[in-house]
Design a protein around this ligand. Structure first.
Ligand code: GLY
Length: 430
């Protein structure tokens, strides 16, 4: 079997690695991949958002299964094109990917299907004055979101009415998010702790991976600007068995049933960002892909055959798949370049990768790297590497991940030293 993974980040490295551990020994290609994926797969120089280029590659190489990592190709209709060509694909159609691509659609969908989420209103640029009046009547804290894809930066939590009015101006008047800001969603602030669930779906049934918690801010104690994610751990102790049961019944299953009823059966990864507070789990957002860095912890904890999992997601049959019981914990730490999440330095030599990777239970996933094992790796992006580790407990996984981090070095390397602290506190192990 030949499997194509689309994307170039640490998430795609983790997907390719999970496939490479399959007893079915598939041939794995990654488009465009990165120097890390080259160690487990063949990299093919086609951009992830080049839908025509991916289709040509799939036809030319006789690909049997495509797994799409990032959201943009899905929103651009890559899964529709592959389905029309009869190629199994893990990833929703463009219509189903609106759950991530349009927050206005996602909120209205949740309303239609009574899925718990924050109260909200949607406004267009022509309704700027109504949006201002709504913010002033609601007061702060309040959340202002650009409706479209905004690289994880489109949701602005505003502590004051002034900040919310600035956010409205930035999105609706100044076009800070381009077309993603044609609509703005203004929603109530939800109190609680965030966690993520990842359901691998075949349109009818699903397999739930371990719950996870990301660390979105650049600074320790959740300070400073938002990033793509600076580290994660799984499972998240805040997601108790009872919270998971409620989330399955009140969120995941109604979401799949709702998408089926609306003529867009959901196949692929359904990433549900949850706020868990006194009112139980509520949806912060949907995404149509695995999280990054969450994939780097939830995939190493999946003890089944990843090829079978993804193939069944694309072709059906997840309801009868036997999935080994979850055990242990995983944690990961993202190593970023100086300046990230703003403009950052590049081209610095990276040392110690082999020593980190050689530690039992540690895996180093590449993202913003270039070069190769022979010539040496250098930094080439904001998030450079994810050092991930599995252990019998969260404490063990974290200790091991940080041992891996201690081996790696590059000029300006920055990372958070408090990954997993909330989880340890909840377990009484901090
Ligand atoms: N880690 C957050 C995301 O992947 O959207």
């Amino acid at each position: 079997m030949q499997i194509l993974v689309v994307g170039s980040g640490a998430r795609e490295h983790a997907i390719a690695r999970s496939l490479s551990a399959s007893p079915t020994h598939p041939r794995i290609l990654v488009a465009p991949g990165n120097p890390g994926t080259a160690s487990v797969a063949e990299n093919v120089p086609v951009r992830a958002d080049d839908v025509d280029g991916i289709m040509t590659l799939v036809a030319g190489r006789g690909i049997d299964l495509v797994i799409v990592g990032p959201e943009l190709p899905l929103v651009l209709g890559l899964a529709d094109r592959l389905e029309a060509a009869g190629v199994p694909v893990v990833g929703p159609t463009a219509a189903a990917a609106r759950l991530e691509g349009s927050k206005a659609f996602a909120k209205a969908f949740m309303d239609r299907h009574a899925i718990p989420t924050a109260a909200y209103r949607t406004f267009t640029a022509g309704q700027h004055h109504e949006a201002i009046a709504f913010v002033e009547s609601e007061g702060a804290p309040i959340v202002v979101k650009a409706s479209g894809l905004a690289a994880g930066k489109g949701a602005i939590v505003c502590d004051t009415v002034g900040e919310a009015l600035d956010a409205l101006n930035a999105i609706l008047r100044d076009g800070a998010f381009g077309g993603a800001g044609d609509f703005v969603v203004v929603e109530s602030f939800m109190k609680g702790e965030e966690a993520s669930l990842f359901a691998i779906c075949d349109g009818n049934d699903y397999v739930l991976l371990a719950s996870a918690q990301d660390h979105k801010r650049i600074g320790e104690d959740d300070t400073g600007p938002n990033t793509g994610g600076m580290g994660a751990y799984a499972p998240a102790p805040i997601v108790t068995d009872e919270i998971e049961r409620i989330a399955r019944k009140a969120i995941i299953e109604p979401t799949l049933a709702g998408m089926r009823a609306e003529g867009s059966p959901y196949r692929g990864v359904l990433y549900v960002g949850l706020m868990i507070g006194e009112e139980g789990p509520r949806v912060v957002e949907y995404n149509c892909r695995l999280g990054d860095p969450e994939a780097q912890v939830v995939l190493p904890l999946f003890h089944g055959d990843a090829v079978e999992l993804f193939l069944r997601a694309a072709t059906g049959g997840l309801g009868t798949m036997s999935v080994p019981a979850a055990r242990g914990a995983a944690a990961c730490v993202v190593l970023a370049s100086a300046g990230y999440p703003g403009p950052c330095e590049k081209g610095h030599p990276i040392t110690g990768l082999d020593r980190a990777d050689a530690l039992d239970g540690v895996h180093v996933f590449h993202a913003g790297t270039s070069g190769g094992a022979g010539s040496g790796y250098v930094t080439s992006g904001g998030r450079v590497l994810t050092v991930s580790a599995v252990g019998d407990s969260l404490g063990e996984a974290l200790a091991l991940a940080y041992r891996g981090v201690d081996e790696v070095a590059f000029d300006g390397m920055q990372y958070r030293r408090d990954i997993g602290r909330k989880g340890l506190e909840r377990l009484g192990e901090a």
